[in-house]
Design a protein around this ligand. Structure first.
Ligand SMILES: [Zn+2]
Ligand SMILES: [Zn+2]
Length: 312
């Protein structure tokens, strides 16, 4: 039997009272299962954290001593118990170490996707599929109007840009994926990386995921036009608003983050509408619970076929 209150939002985040733990809490808690290291999912100050090794390494890099009191490192596909609930982390394909959280309790299966993607990405573990009774999915782009373009076609656009490029991207996950895509599909480009991105690359490399060919940015390097692509985090990107002699591009799945309509680089690490439908086909849920976005399109689409509940 599916428990309708298996997970519920309270002021600290998504709570499972049956196992007395939070998933990706927004405020520090006693016991947290953390899906991946992005800051909107992994905060500092929790007591007991269950996560993958990569997630713990990145949290330790970012938060140092306040990352967690105790890290309980879980390998993918190895069940462990948290307060009577069997928990298994399943690769989510979103960034290095990102996990779906499968929870089994009294014969029912609840699968929290976290952020996930289906597109291939050589810089992280590919998504894996398990079946579930309840799919608890993020729904950032759960809208039939949102179809992400092919990332390879998107990245190949930069081959036509002969000037140096300033490429804005989130430091964690997106930057490494871009280094990989550019190395593969625009190999004549010379990739320069902002110093803040370097320690994250080092963690990726330690875990066996080498993003590609790049070097740390140096002031002298971009003085000439030489097909440089300088990858910088959003804050630095914004501060270079008046930069001359470079083409500015921002890589994102969000339309409103693109610099202008001619120079778009739509590269998203989230599922689009078709990916969500594919996920529902693959995981065969009896119910779909949505969070982080809008569930109303899914609710209308599945009407009488699958019960859809909007969690937030
Ligand atoms: Zn994320
Ligand atoms: Zn997120």
């Amino acid at each position: 039997m599916i428990l309708d209150d298996f997970v519920l939002f309270d002021e600290k985040g998504l709570y499972c009272k049956y196992g007395n733990f939070y998933i990706d809490p927004q405020l520090p808690v006693t016991t947290a299962v953390i899906s991946h290291a992005h800051a909107d999912h992994a905060i500092s100050g929790n007591n007991n954290v269950y996560c993958t090794r990569a997630t713990a390494s990145i949290m330790q890099l970012r938060y140092d001593r306040t990352a967690a009191k105790v890290f309980n490192i879980a390998a993918f596909n190895q069940p462990f118990e948290v307060g009577g609930v069997m928990v298994t982390l399943i690769p989510a394909g979103h960034m290095l170490g990102s996990a779906q959280v499968l929870m089994e309790y009294e014969g029912s299966r609840y699968l929290y996707t976290g952020d996930y993607k289906l597109q291939p990405d050589a810089t992280c573990e590919p998504i894996e599929w398990v079946t579930t009774d309840v799919l608890i999915t993020e729904s950032t782009f759960a809208n039939p109007d949102i179809i992400h373009p092919d990332p390879v076609a998107e990245i190949r656009k930069i081959n036509d840009i002969k000037s140096n490029i300033l490429l804005g991207a989130y430091a964690l996950g997106k930057s490494q994926r871009l280094i990989n895509l550019i190395t593969e599909h625009a190999p004549q480009k010379k990739i320069l990386v902002h110093h803040k991105i370097m320690p994250i690359n080092a963690i990726y490399e330690k875990m066996g995921f080498h993003p590609g060919k790049y070097q740390i940015y140096g002031r002298k390097l971009m003085k000439v036009q030489d097909e440089f692509v300088y990858i910088v985090p959003p804050f630095t990107f914004d501060s270079y608003i008046r930069a001359t002699g470079v083409k500015r591009l921002f890589a994102s799945g969000w339309k409103n983050l693109q610099v202008n309509n001619q120079d778009t680089l739509f590269i998203s690490d989230h599922v689009d509408w078709n990916d969500i439908l594919q996920t529902i086909t693959n995981t065969k849920p009896k119910q779909v619970w949505t969070l982080h976005g809008k569930g109303d399109h899914l609710k209308a689409y599945f009407k009488d076929d699958i019960f859809v509940k909007i969690l937030n």
